[in-house]
Unconditional design. Structure first.
Length: 162
């Protein structure tokens, strides 16, 4: 129980750091994917020209997918178990090294994919369902739900669904 509290505190600090520490109030609710924190909207994500800084929490990576809503979107949501086109910016960071392994953050060329079951790593498949366009979400993906060679952290700005 004490470990879970510590992990929760670390994730809250990470979420605050990822969006510039707006000081907004967090509310926590459970989800099938793991813990999920929702925060009040901050500046529009369309103005995010640079990827956010991603900080790796101290300690070992969690064994389950962790989903943190940094900013709630108001647009269309990614539906469960359906294939849909999405447009996003994202940064992927290795939990082990703290270094980015992929940065797809460009206003000129967002990352456009057909998103659905069997098309992405399990962490994305489970962690992005329900996310709304205009939102920013952090996923801490355990190795078994990623590529199998270490946990990963993603911060995703969802620009469009459908």
């Amino acid at each position: 129980m004490r470990c879970a509290t510590l992990i929760g505190a670390c994730l809250t600090a990470l979420a605050l750091a990822a969006c510039g520490g707006s000081g907004s109030t967090n509310t926590t609710k459970g989800s099938a994917a793991g813990s999920q924190s929702a925060r009040k909207p901050a500046e529009p994500i369309a103005d995010s020209a640079k990827p956010p800084k991603v900080r790796v929490p101290q300690g070992p990576p969690p064994g389950r997918l962790v989903v943190n809503d940094i900013r709630q979107g108001a647009g269309a949501a990614i539906p469960p178990k359906a294939s849909v086109k999405i447009s996003a910016h994202y940064i992927g960071v290795s939990y082990g090294t703290g270094k980015p392994f992929e940065v797809r953050w460009s206003r000129a060329q967002p990352f456009d994919i057909e998103f659905g079951p069997g098309q992405e790593v399990k962490g994305w498949e489970k962690g992005l369902v329900g996310m709304r366009a205009g939102g920013r979400r952090e996923l801490i993906v355990p190795s078994k739900m990623a590529y199998g060679n270490g946990a990963l952290i993603y911060v995703i700005d969802l620009l469009a669904v459908g």
